[in-house]
Design a protein around this ligand. Structure first.
Ligand code: ZN
Length: 172
């Protein structure tokens, strides 16, 4: 008997700042402002990382990669996601699919959505048809100078329940 599958949810927001590159979903988007933060400010990769970590009840991204740690200043957020992926696999899970929603006034994500899907699929080592990327504008939210990301992720159990081994007295 397999263990139950797991679900993860991640949320993040970053403020736009002038003079830095804009990175969303592991790609660089040409825009007048980027997202501030201790690392590269990739709001989507941070939300995906937290969704992965949350699904296996691991410490969150801020606990594993403290903003006060100089090592993570300007860091590529793909490093955080890679660590979360290692923890997911070590816990005996594989990624089923991931669904992402970005909320930002500008730039428009539509023209970049395909590239973001490709990069996120590559980082998560899953196929592109398992990655949803949707974007909305923040109507009535007064958050025009921020980028917000919501992420849901499904983890599929790839190991049998360990207690079954004990019950049956043999390794499966
Ligand atoms: Zn963040």
């Amino acid at each position: 008997m397999k263990r139950p599958n797991r679900i993860g949810y991640g949320w993040d927001s970053h403020e736009f700042k002038s003079g830095i590159p804009l990175k969303i979903g592991g790609i660089t988007i040409n825009h007048s402002k980027g997202l501030g933060g201790h690392s590269d400010g990739d709001v989507l990769l941070h939300a995906i990382t937290d969704a992965l970590l949350g699904a296996v009840a691991a410490p969150d991204i801020g606990s594993l990669f403290s903003p006060s740690d100089a090592r993570w200043k300007g860091a590529d957020s793909a490093v955080f996601l890679a660590e979360a992926l290692i923890r997911v696999k070590a816990a005996g899970y594989a990624i089923g699919n991931v669904d992402c929603t970005l909320i930002l006034a500008s730039p428009k994500i539509g023209p970049h959505a395909a590239a973001i899907r490709t990069r996120v699929a590559e980082l998560l080592q899953i196929s592109e048809d398992c990655v949803g990327v949707k974007a909305k504008t923040p109507e009535g939210m007064a958050t025009d100078n921020a980028a917000i990301a919501h992420v849901c992720i499904l983890l599929i159990s790839s190991q049998p329940k360990s207690r079954n081994k004990t019950i049956r007295g043999r390794t499966e």
